[in-house]
Design a protein around this ligand. Structure first.
Ligand SMILES: Cc1cc2nc3c(=O)[nH]c(=O)nc-3n(C[C@H](O)[C@H](O)[C@H](O)COP(=O)(O)OP(=O)(O)OC[C@H]3O[C@@H](n4cnc5c(N)ncnc54)[C@H](O)[C@@H]3O)c2cc1C
Length: 294
């Protein structure tokens, strides 16, 4: 908007904030129990959650880093979106302490028990509200969460928004905002695949994409003091029949630890007769159908 004085001379130009932000990324971040520290109670066969620290899902840290990198490169903005209980606010504060700008927590009892379909629905409705307020260029998700492990939420959101989805992203080669294009590398079992796609797009990222930065002291203080916006059921346009436990087509019927591993077996005589020991090993593996009998 141009401000003109009474003689018609241009005094100043005021840009809308939206026009000044060159790249706006939203990172979907899940707070998860640190599964490397989760134990199984041998008496009750249930997961021991007490005393287990909650962390940001490790894949999501790479999404945060990628978004912050774009912010640094293009003078952009990073919004963090989390769905979870009130304690999940800690994950958002941590993300802000790395340098993210805005944090939104989706928290409501009505959201509890949501499976991946319901989770991606609620997160998408929140994203639509954000997109209504300001342009979003890229959404980052982790490849998967280390607790649920389904890797379904990111693609679920992309499908609901009708956006390009780029999964297993291991490299962001180029972001061209003028042409609305992104070029990325995807990790495949047998190598890498380079893809060019139109923005806006949703990327699910894997470890190895980047090195996570250390938080700066001013950002850590800002993160700790930040007021987190909390959006509940009433703040979003939601179809009640699609959220929470009752809106979830899948429900976990039982949870139990995997059976304990059998003890190992040492095949003797390898030093004196390596070929013989290898034959015995091969026979055992064929017997257990670990390798085919060819
Ligand atoms: C032990 C256990 C028991 C469960 N029991 C039930 C049950 O009985 N009934 C039921 O309906 N559900 C249950 N759930 C919840 C549900 O299955 C998933 O946790 C949830 O739908 C998300 O799927 P996911 O964790 O596999 O995420 P993934 O699809 O693996 O996550 C991929 C990415 O999506 C994003 N993402 C995922 N979740 C969120 C989030 N909440 N906020 C922001 N971003 C997110 C992150 O970027 C993440 O890296 C249970 C979960 C666990 C761990």
């Amino acid at each position: 908007m141009n401000i003109i004085d009474s003689n018609g001379k241009l005094i100043t130009t005021i840009c809308k904030i939206e026009e000044m932000i060159s790249v706006h990324s939203v990172v979907c971040v899940k707070q998860v129990p640190d599964t490397s520290e989760v134990g199984i109670d041998p008496e009750t066969n249930t997961i021991i959650r007490e005393g287990v620290p909650s962390i940001i899902n490790p894949y999501d840290l790479h999404g945060i880093e990628a978004a912050l990198h774009l912010k640094d490169e293009f003078d952009g903005k990073v919004t963090i979106l989390t769905m979870g209980p009130p304690q999940a606010e800690a994950a958002i504060k941590r993300a802000l302490s790395f340098g993210a700008d805005r944090g939104i927590l989706l928290s409501d009892r009505a959201f509890a028990g949501s499976d991946t379909l319901a989770t991606s629905y609620i997160i998408t409705q929140a994203l639509k509200r954000i997109i209504d307020e300001e342009r979003v260029d890229i959404i980052f998700c982790g490849k998967q969460a280390i607790d649920g492990d389904t890797a379904q939420v990111g693609p679920g959101i992309a499908a609901r928004l009708g956006w390009n989805q780029l999964t297993y992203v291991v490299g962001i080669n180029e972001v061209n905002i003028d042409n609305n294009e992104v070029r990325i590398s995807r990790k495949l079992e047998s190598g890498k695949e380079i893809i060019k796609a139109e923005l806006p797009a949703l990327l699910t990222v894997v470890k190895g994409l980047n090195e996570i930065r250390y938080a700066s002291l001013p950002d850590m203080i800002r993160g700790a003091r930040a007021e987190i916006e909390v959006w509940g059921e009433g703040d979003l346009e939601l179809d009640e029949s699609k959220i929470g436990l009752s809106g979830s087509p899948t429900q976990v019927g039982r949870i139990f630890p995997p059976p304990e591993r059998e003890g190992g077996e040492i095949i003797p005589g390898g030093k004196e007769d390596p070929k013989g020991a290898a034959r015995v090993l091969a026979e055992k593996l064929i017997g257990k159908e670990v390798i085919p009998n060819k």
